[in-house]
Ligand binder design. Sequence first.
Ligand code: 5AD
Ligand code: SF4
Length: 493
Amino acid sequence: MILSRETPHFLPTKGMKSEYYDRIFSMNIKRRVIPTEEIEKQLAICSEVRKEFEGKIPLALVDTFGCQQNEEDSEKIRGYLAEMGFEMTDDEFKADLIVINTCAVREHAEMRVFGNLGALTHAKKENPNQIIAVCGCMVQQEHIVDKIKKSFRHVDLVFGPDELWRFPELIYTVMTKRKRIFAPGSGDGCVAEGIPHLRSDKVKAWLSIMNGCNNFCTYCIVPYTRFRERSRQPGEIIAEARELVAAGYKDITLLGQNVNSYGKDLESSVNFAQLIRKVNDIEGDFVIRFMTSHPKDATDELFAAMRDCEKCEKHLHLPLQSGSDRILKAMNRYYNTEKYLALVDRVREFIPDIVLTTDIIVGFPGETDEDFEDTMRVIEKVRFDAMFTFIYSKRVGTPAAEMPDPFTREQKQAHFDRLVETQNRISEEKHREYIGKTVRVLIDGKDREDGVLTARTSGGRLVRVSGGESLIGSFVYVNITDCNTWALRGELV
Ligand code: 5AD
Ligand code: SF4
């Protein structure tokens, strides 16, 4: 076997199914570019769908689970829906069309989707013409599609993330032929330009720069649901960023499963650090954020770009996953704790006040008390500003699902609780360091419950500020007066 970038570098353990390898090697790693004429055709079909409603304004509900990449996909679905003449609603009983955009990363999200889907039988009973569609990462898994086919007969349409570009055609067929359609995707990833967006925010915008993942962390389903890495052409990204700035967006987040490997699949020589510099060169008052970075691909060139670009926010989300070298190896993460800690030192040399956040998985198969204590030591050493913590969730078809997992849910939960408690303390201590300081923030919204304005620091920390709604979308200076684990309290200067 020849090892390549697409090949996981760990070796199969005894008993691990070779199907895993078969699936990796059978996946098409080429870019499938959808021609612009195809998208134009889809836009023409939108007008046909509009006609089907005969002058009535139809209503659609789009419910999104999971990551920012899914949020961005939902904005495209809403973009197409707007072209079809739909207006949006939150009421499932009023909706003519419901789209559930699903996430497969953990079982919990899948259970919620099935719960919501089950509840929709009531809405469909009252409105038998209602169309129910399920899309996203979950439906890229065969066993899930089978379950929907058999047990959720009120679902009319199923389509995978790489079939989204032909959503109008799928809807049109369901409407006119009145039959169920299952289009989970062909197993290769595509790149499609020109799909309209209906964005959900006026200040912050997601800008997807790539899709898919080549890393095959052994616990993760994403490489199977989103396929291999495909980068968008730099010209397309810059053009979209310019449009966003011209439309008044102030906060642009460059999105990808592993942004640090942006461009490696393209002939153009623009890498991620250079892409940041290019977006930074766009004139206007806005900030650039990005996520997510794999530690194995974070370089000095990236840190230098972050330091040099005045619009690039000083925040790095660098998932550690575990602080045990043994577990990191079993996770196929390509680094050990020594390398990770050296990387943290390095980024702090470039940008001393960098805000660092991370992801940790507790209870990976076979994780012992000692492994967990190793993680706790790394956490205390790095002192992350914030952390996303997850209990390991077994994903069918991934190598970790085949690894012995002898520890109980209670044991894992006890570790999880200790980790959260420790991180909460560290987050609050780090927040306390802001008190008395004046910081520049972007006011990006309003708390729905108490009406207090919400803002983000350069490092992405949440600040709650009293003030008028007209400030939303402005950069202001605030004095930090108080804090808790999750937020800072500020007063306008
Ligand atoms: N179980 C628990 N957490 C997971 N993640 C990915 N896959 C799993 C899984 N099977 C977490 C990782 C990743 C984040 C987006 O979700 O920490 O960084
Ligand atoms: Fe999943 Fe992220 Fe690992 Fe890719 S890098 S396999 S998306 S955890």
